[in-house]
Design a protein around this ligand. Structure first.
Ligand code: FPP
Length: 243
């Protein structure tokens, strides 16, 4: 099976899952974290090279303070507990997003996990945290404008590749596949520039009920799309040329 070089996931539906089960939203996030742990491990074992998880958006800061607190707590607990496992699975941990918004204890935990896994050579796991694509793009534009003001860059030097190099994802390939759970069909400010050529998969499963089998079905679907594209395109192009 041909895997995407980069899979990006919008883990959506924790709140609705909790509601359906008569539980608090916190329970939904706790279950969602367990699922994230399983999916991360599965992706690494399958040999995926890059996995990005949308764990907390810039807009998520607007949720009630108690929910923000529980999400931060879960993140901290996950990293404290799982960093040893990440090393065992040869997973390198990184983040994208506006770190200046994050509480200092979270920052310390992120930096510790990043440092501890820095020499791992298997899958790269990226948490998008306090991440917003418009903010990322705006910040890149501001940086470029500053360099032009300082005469360190000319406007004619700017190409799509140069622009990409100012984004936080500069060292990663663009996502080949973006998966969103919970039946919602939108990007919600996630990797807008990077998604230019991405394939999309929208699963009706809520994130807390998303399983390893569901992941395999998504990857198989991606594989079919790629295979069809690869085999048929040259024929179609030939036919189109002759019409
Ligand atoms: C969407 O569910 C999910 C989030 C806002 C956060 C995603 C976070 C996790 C899965 C847990 C933390 C992850 C790790 C890896 C530590 P929602 O609350 O928007 O659901 P709803 O749309 O049904 O209300």
């Amino acid at each position: 099976m041909q895997l995407p070089r980069h899979l990006a996931i919008i883990m959506d539906g924790n709140g609705r899952w909790a509601e359906q089960h008569g539980k608090s939203r916190s329970h939904g996030h706790i279950k969602g974290t367990r699922v994230a742990k399983k999916i991360i491990q599965k992706c690494a074992r399958l040999g995926l090279q890059n996995l990005t998880l949308y764990a907390f958006s810039t807009e998520n800061w607007l949720r009630p303070k108690s929910e923000v607190t529980i999400l931060m707590k879960l993140l901290k607990k996950y990293l404290k507990k799982e960093t040893a496992n990440l090393i065992k699975e040869n997973i390198r941990f990184e983040t994208i997003g506006d770190r200046s918004q994050l509480p200092s204890d979270i920052l310390e935990t992120l930096e510790a996990s990043q440092k501890a896994t820095a020499s791992c050579t298997g899958m790269r796991l990226v948490f998008a945290l306090s991440y917003g694509s418009r903010q990322e793009i705006t910040s890149a534009v501001r940086h470029i404008a500053q360099l032009i003001e300082n005469r360190e860059l000319k406007s004619s030097d700017i190409s799509a590749e140069v622009f990409s190099s100012f984004l936080q994802t500069r060292t990663m390939p663009d996502p080949d596949l973006i998966l969103r759970t919970s039946g919602e069909k939108r990007l919600s400010n996630f990797l807008l520039w990077q998604a230019a050529y991405s394939e999309f998969y929208f699963s009706n499963k809520l994130w807390p009920e998303f399983s390893e089998e569901d992941l395999l079905a998504v990857l198989q679907d991606f594989n079919l799309r790629e295979r069809r594209f690869g085999q048929v395109r040259p024929v179609e192009t030939h036919e189109q040329l002759n019409h």
